[in-house]
Write a protein that binds this ligand. Structure first.
Ligand SMILES: Cc1ncc(COP(=O)(O)O)c(C=O)c1O
Length: 391
């Protein structure tokens, strides 16, 4: 029999899985081009040419020892390159020793939580949130404490964070640009959150989950969290910015303004090893080093965001146009967002209820879908709008 804790988590995630299975069922009946799947955050752009060129070049390299174990934290040269980039962005001197290469951002978060948490320690999570945070915190004996953001802007309220702090609070997870809300936290708000955390008698670490940091639209700037807050641990990856989610490559970086920074970096490498990852994929560490400045063409995502947002607004739905990330998070026209998502599936439109992100009453749509699929969904959204009386 599987663990009761895992069984409980499995049933909580079942709506998203059911959506995925429903999508496969509908695609088998109607054909993939007749199902409008906005449910999964899988980037549909191919990696940039510079990445593909690095892959070809490195695949031909027959230097001995290229496939062996390495320092748990990763190749020194890759970490030096990343530290340099972080230093230029933040204005802080980030040493290579502060960077630990990881198996995507998900691994970075698990490693950071493992390194920081004692049993019963509390971790503040801002709703709406990436659902996996709750399980990651649970993985390492912590207790998630959910703090809601503003229901219109999805920006966190520093006073609400202040009220949620207890002597057991060990960390706050932030994610900007946000999945699912698409909001970018401004620098002055980050500084105000920093002031609140500084008032706690104990150190409260900020785990800054940043896989969407390069995906900002209309010229928006994503502030460097390292520059705005103390005690930051960046958890990042190239899953979205280089369209490499299947390659599982990311990193964790400990801020020089972090209490006990060297010890925390050492603990991260130890936790990476002992959680069983040992080290991040060797080949893709080298790819990243060669293509560190490459980016997917975000104008193509901006176009898709605009197309899908226009279609939804023309169908009568109420939404903020997100400043970054890959998702729209409109209001559900009925309070029961799960029932609304099921109704959309009957129109062959797949999306995820906000309940799956701790924020009922909304739904999430991923706009990293083909332009033809987005265009093709317009009639279905018009029909959904009419069915729910919003158009
Ligand atoms: C907010 C957020 N954090 C972390 C992750 C995990 O990223 P990775 O695939 O790099 O592990 C995702 C993936 O979708 C995400 O949306």
């Amino acid at each position: 029999m599987i663990s009761q804790a895992v069984a409980a988590r499995l049933s909580q995630g079942s709506m998203i899985r059911r959506m995925f299975e429903e999508g496969n069922r509908l695609k088998a009946i109607y054909g993939a081009d007749q199902v409008f799947d906005f449910s999964i955050g899988n980037p549909d752009l191919e990696p940039p040419a510079q990445v593909l060129q690095a892959i070809r070049q490195l695949a031909l390299d027959e230097t001995p020892g290229r496939h062996g174990y390495m320092s748990n934290a990763g190749y020194e040269s890759t970490r030096t390159a990343i530290a340099g980039r972080l230093s230029r962005k933040s204005g802080l001197a980030v040493p290579a020793g502060a960077v630990c290469m990881t198996v995507g951002a998900a691994c970075a978060l698990n490693v950071a939580l493992k390194a920081l948490l004692d049993p019963g320690d509390e971790v503040l999570v801002l709703a709406p949130y990436f659902l996996e945070y709750l399980t990651y915190i649970d993985n390492h004996g912590g207790r998630p404490v959910v703090v809601r953001t503003d229901p219109e802007t999805f920006l966190p309220d520093p006073d609400a964070i202040r009220l949620a702090l207890t002597p057991r609070t060990k960390a706050l997870i932030i994610n900007s640009p946000n999945n699912p809300a698409g909001v970018i936290y401004p620098a002055d708000l980050l500084r105000r959150i920093g002031e609140v955390l500084r008032q706690a008698p104990q150190t409260v670490y900020v785990l800054s989950d940043e896989p969407y940091a390069e995906l900002a639209y209309d010229g928006a700037i994503v502030p460097a969290t390292l520059a705005c807050l103390d005690n930051v641990v960046i958890c990042d990856s190239w899953s979205k910015s280089l369209s490499l989610p299947g390659e599982r490559i990311g990193f964790l970086a400990v801020s020089p303004r972090c209490e006990d920074a060297d010890r925390l970096a050492e603990a991260a490498a130890f936790c990476l090893r002992t959680l069983g990852f040992v080290n991040a994929p060797a080949f893709f560490q080298r790819v990243i080093e060669l293509a560190l400045e490459a980016r997917v063409d975000i104008r193509r995502y901006e176009t898709r965001r605009n197309m899908l947002a226009d279609i939804l607004q023309e169908a009568g739905f109420n939404l903020n146009r997100p400043a970054g990330g890959l998702y729209l998070f409109p209001k559900s026209p009925i309070a029961d967002d799960v029932a609304f998502a099921e109704a959309c599936a009957r129109h062959r439109v797949l999306l995820v209820p906000g309940s799956g992100f701790g924020f009922p009453g909304h739904v999430r749509l991923c706009f990293a879908a083909s332009e033809s699929s987005i265009r093709g969904s317009a009639a279905a959204f018009q029909a959904i709008g009419r069915e729910f009386g919003v158009s």
